[in-house]
Write a protein that binds this ligand. Structure first.
Ligand SMILES: Cc1cc2nc3c(=O)[nH]c(=O)nc-3n(C[C@H](O)[C@H](O)[C@H](O)COP(=O)(O)OP(=O)(O)OC[C@H]3O[C@@H](n4cnc5c(N)ncnc54)[C@H](O)[C@@H]3O)c2cc1C
Length: 389
């Protein structure tokens, strides 16, 4: 929806993506397979219709399309290079320094505003040290391990477009947390992800990947891994922590400086919130700039808006991550009550399409967590949480 808004004109963003081979999840939600603890669970389209069009493609495909549409905008120009510092002028950022692609010397680019979008390893905090406080950095050590394999799509094995399989840890049975995902992407391919935590590490070995799919995930995963043709190598990824930088808490921040996307907050990628968060940060920036602020003043109102988005995503992802036995905080205030309430919502969501839809909207950041705390919703969740799934 957001991409359609930002890139209007013919054809619409989703239409163009589909014309170029991205896969659209059918509106009735068929093609989506959701599993909790190995059992099929109520999908996001519980009320017979997905909340918003779900477009499935690989990351480079999506980024290429965004890049092409952005560069087609008349007043956007791209310079390629590596940013290596900020330039300050009294209480404001006057621009950034960067080394142009292929060059060695750093050059200065003057700017009215500078937006840090350098991802989770952004060095803007270091650059601020030249007279400015660093934003507080908070981390939650999640120790996520990820493997991704690609397979040729074969409808005789399955017609699945998208799947998520979540296994919650259970100390009584010894069950450990695992997450799996399948996405049918452009080029008649499936991407398949298997993820675990701490010392549960998957490798680049195709046999180990296939064995893991058969052993630790629903039959769909084993079927595809065992019978479809694997393409290319398996990629692995480790993410030590979720992290956030709370610029809104700074007493002093230079005017003209903004930060968005993972440079502000980057949580556990298995919840798939990162790109939506980054887009919402961009919406905050749009809203702020449209309010015709005084750019000679620090962008406090912008960082306050971003905080709302960060808190929403952080609350849902870290609450789930605190269930992992190796994650020992930091615990937010009132976490026991929040945990109890989240268990009630989860139980109810397995039997009640209304609660399921509301919860799905929050976990996909289409709605704020506060939308779950209305009296009617709480009472309904309590009632349905007592029913058997
Ligand atoms: C394994 C994995 C799976 C994920 N799956 C999902 C998912 O399914 N759904 C979802 O929504 N999110 C997912 N995410 C999260 C998502 O990728 C991020 O939230 C998102 O990419 C953040 O966008 P960003 O533009 O802020 O940062 P990035 O995408 O990290 O982009 C930052 C860019 O800045 C560039 N850069 C850095 N330093 C400099 C410099 N000094 N000069 C110039 N350029 C610089 C980098 O090269 C990079 O291109 C996943 C992340 C990972 C790691």
């Amino acid at each position: 929806m957001q991409l359609e808004r930002w890139f209007p004109g013919f054809p619409g963003f989703a239409k163009e993506a589909v014309a170029e081979d991205a896969v659209l999840l059918p509106e009735d939600g068929s093609g989506f397979a959701f599993f909790i603890n190995g059992e099929p669970a109520m999908p996001l389209a519980a009320e017979g219709k997905v909340e918003a069009p779900v477009l499935v493609s690989s990351r480079p495909f999506l980024e290429n399309l965004v890049r092409r549409r952005a560069l087609a905008v008349e007043n956007i120009t791209l310079v390629a290079g590596r940013a290596d510092g900020l330039v300050f002028e009294r209480d404001r950022v006057a621009g950034a320094r960067y080394v142009p692609e292929g060059g060695e010397e750093s050059v200065f680019a003057a700017a009215d505003i500078v937006v840090d979008a350098m991802g989770r390893s952004s060095r803007v905090s270091d650059w601020l040290e030249d007279g400015w406080p660093r934003p507080p950095l908070r981390r939650m050590p999640i120790k996520l391990n990820y493997s991704v394999a690609t397979f040729e799509y074969d409808p005789t094995i399955s017609k699945v477009v998208s799947s998520v399989s979540q296994t919650m840890p259970d100390a009584r049975t010894g069950r450990i947390a695992r997450v799996g995902g399948i996405a049918r992407v452009e080029g008649q391919r499936w991407h398949m992800v298997v993820a675990g935590y701490d010392d549960d590490r998957s490798t680049r070995d195709p046999d180990e990947f296939i064995a893991r799919c058969n052993r630790d995930f629903p039959a769909l995963y084993g079927d595809i891994a065992s019978h479809a043709t694997m393409i290319g190598d398996i990629a692995t990824y480790h993410q030590a922590d979720s992290r956030r930088r709370d610029f809104d808490e700074l007493d002093r921040v230079p005017a003209g400086l903004f930060a968005a996307g993972d440079s502000v907050a980057s949580s556990n990628p298995i919840y798939g919130q990162g790109m939506t968060s980054a887009m919402l940060h961009a919406s905050c920036l749009s809203q702020y700039l449209r309010s015709q602020p005084d750019l000679a003043q620090p962008a406090k109102a912008y960082f306050d808006l971003v905080r709302l988005v960060v808190d929403s995503a952080w609350q849902t992802s870290t609450l789930a991550d605190l269930e992992l036995p190796h994650v020992d905080g930091p615990y937010p205030k009132g976490d026991r009550l929040t945990k109890w309430f989240s268990d009630v919502m989860l139980k109810a969501s397995r039997v009640d399409p209304v609660i399921n839809g509301k919860l799905a909207a929050v976990t996909t950041i289409l709605a704020h967590p506060d939308t779950l705390s209305g009296l009617g919703t709480v009472l309904r969740a309590l009632r349905f949480s007592r029913r058997k799934a």
